[in-house]
Design a protein around this ligand. Structure first.
Ligand code: NAP
Length: 518
């Protein structure tokens, strides 16, 4: 029983799990051991462990598998298992049963350690080797750093120095959570440390956002259909909007957010990645290296922000007290761990220009904020209006241009608005919607997807060092300039539960455009 995942009788490494949807097959990874640094923390408890349990229930984990939790807190294997059982129960996952949870947590182990103490990596190695032998995982290892970024470099260096990064019998992968640096210099320094111990092929810089089904679908939609790609350029597209709006505030992560702000937290990774997927050229093959090459080309083509004229391209905001779904919520400056006079932005809207052949003259408007009226992430592609209005005698105003909306969350799907004649009338048009929804379709949760990918060695959904470099190269001068400005004395400048600061609307109005309503 020890080596069998609950409900995993059909899951054999290298074989294909049962089809979940037409043309949709998910491969079960090879045997492997997952080492989680920071196993006592929030991410392990809320995301990593419940996602592994789901994978186990869905028969997507190999039978030969174990988790070794590592953190400073003293805990026995049993105490760790109990804590993780509670975490799984709290996450109230689909398909939960006490028995399957108990069987899953039998594969969890724990070792306390001080990350800065090199001698303790010897004990870690010994424990790992003994578990690998017990579970017959063929030396395949994933090291997942779910620890504060300040400790990344210590752990990475010690993993390298102790030989744990070397690939002897099996693979050795390392997963780094965001943020990868807080500016260009720190990101480069971290990448240098990583590359000293691991090859780029072993490094998985996590952007869980990219693992959302609908984000992955952007490329399928663009390049597996022949009717959209011919229109996907400056000739037919007027502009593109990318929105990631959250209703949540910063929760208990005030300390982290104060050193980050929305540009580092959302734009450097998630939003610029969405932009790259929307704007990139078709690679010759759907393969990690080539997709990442094309994304890097987009980042290289983004026009640097004119730091002398930022009022034309950037709007920042910070939320004030307000109300969401009938509940009063505090201002950002009243949140736990936030300075009373904080100038950290919780909202940003940017106008981005891509200087290349395809996108010349097509602005990309990006916005993201916390405590907005709606939780929504979407990419909307706004097509140009028809060149000539032959209905002008019969219609009063103009007609709305077509809009294609790729909905990332919630209600994942795709909608295309177009004009249709109103039945009965002579010439009266209505905007109607053609809609596809992922509702009720089996989808892997984003953490489930990336955990599978780093066990399978698929780097498609992970950032490469040059991509990280280029996004920081774009944003670091902007962030430094804005952080050095005293002009943000208008903070807080939007009410929690609203659509964001007023000047954000002005950013588009000046160009004769408007944001899609939240
Ligand atoms: N939580 C999320 O939703 C989320 C989302 C995206 C990215 N991330 C990233 O994922 C990583 C982990 O996030 P988290 O929320 O789980 O963090 P966390 O709960 O604050 O910390 C994780 C664990 O790290 C250990 N730790 C804390 N301070 C430490 C220090 N100074 N030195 C060594 N160990 C320390 C603690 O365990 P011990 O005291 O037992 O050692 C803690 O349980 C971070 O890099 C974060 O930015 C988190």
């Amino acid at each position: 029983m020890e080596d069998q995942c609950p409900a995993l009788s059909g899951a054999v490494a290298g074989k294909i799990a049962p089809e979940t949807e037409q043309n949709c097959i998910i491969e079960v990874p090879q045997p492997c051991g997952l080492v989680i640094f920071g196993a006592s923390g929030d991410l392990a408890e809320r995301k990593i462990i419940p996602s592994l349990y789901h994978l186990c229930l869905d028969k997507l984990l190999p039978d030969n598998f174990f988790v070794l939790g590592v953190a400073r807190t003293a805990m026995s294997d049993d105490q760790f298992r109990k804590a993780m059982e509670n975490a799984i129960r709290t996450a109230s996952p689909r398909g939960y049963t006490d028995e399957s949870c108990r069987l899953f947590t039998e594969k969890l182990y724990y070792i306390p350690m001080d990350y800065g103490e090199f001698s303790q990596y010897r004990a870690l190695t010994d424990r790992l080797l003994s578990l690998e032998k017990k579970h017959n995982t063929l030396g395949n290892r994933v090291f997942y750093l779910a620890i504060p970024p300040a400790v990344y470099e210590t752990v990475i260096q010690n993993l390298g120095d102790s030989g744990l990064s070397q690939e002897k019998s099996g693979y050795s992968h390392i997963v780094i959570e965001k943020p990868v640096g807080r500016d260009l210099a720190s990101a480069r320094k971290l990448n240098v440390t990583l590359r000293r111990s691991f090859g780029e092929r072993q490094i998985y810089r996590m952007d869980h956002y990219l693992a959302k089904e609908t984000v992955q679908n952007i490329l399928m939609f663009r390049f597996a259909n022949s009717i959209f790609e011919p229109l996907w350029n400056r000739q037919y597209i007027d502009h593109v909007q990318i929105t990631v709006a959250e209703t949540l505030g910063i929760g208990h992560r005030g300390g982290y957010y104060e050193t980050s702000g929305v540009l580092r937290d959302m734009f450097q990774n998630h939003i610029l990645q969405l932009l790259a997927l929307t704007a990139m050229e078709a690679p010759a093959l759907f393969e990690a290296g080539r997709v990442r090459d094309e994304k890097a080309k987009v980042f290289r083509s983004i026009r640097p922000f004119d730091l002398g004229r930022l009022d034309e391209t950037v709007v920042l905001g910070q939320y004030d007290r307000g109300s969401l779904e009938g509940t009063d919520v505090p201002a950002y400056r009243e949140e736990m761990g936030v300075a009373k006079d904080s100038l950290t932005p919780t909202y940003a809207a940017l106008k981005v220009i891509i200087d290349n052949w395809r996108w010349k003259g097509v602005p990309f408007y990006l916005r993201s904020g916390k405590r907005l009226s709606t939780r929504k992430a979407e990419i909307s592609v706004h097509f140009k209006p028809v060149p000539h209005l032959m209905f002008s005698q019969a219609l009063d105003g103009g007609i709305a241009a077509n809009t294609l909306v790729l909905r990332i969350q919630p209600d994942e799907g795709i909608g295309l608005s177009f004009q249709a004649k109103n039945p009965g009338s002579r010439a009266c048009l209505n905007t109607v919607l053609m809609d596809f929804s992922y509702r009720n379709v089996f989808v892997l949760d984003d953490y489930e997807r990336v955990l599978l990918d780093c066990m399978q060695g698929d780097q498609m959904l992970f950032a490469r060092d040059d991509g990280v470099d280029l996004t920081w190269e774009l944003l670091t001068p902007l962030i430094e300039k804005l952080e050095g400005e005293s002009g943000k004395d208008n903070f807080p400048n939007y009410v929690a539960g609203s659509a964001g600061p007023r000047p954000a609307a002005e950013l588009l109005r000046r160009d004769g455009r408007a944001w899609r309503p939240l």
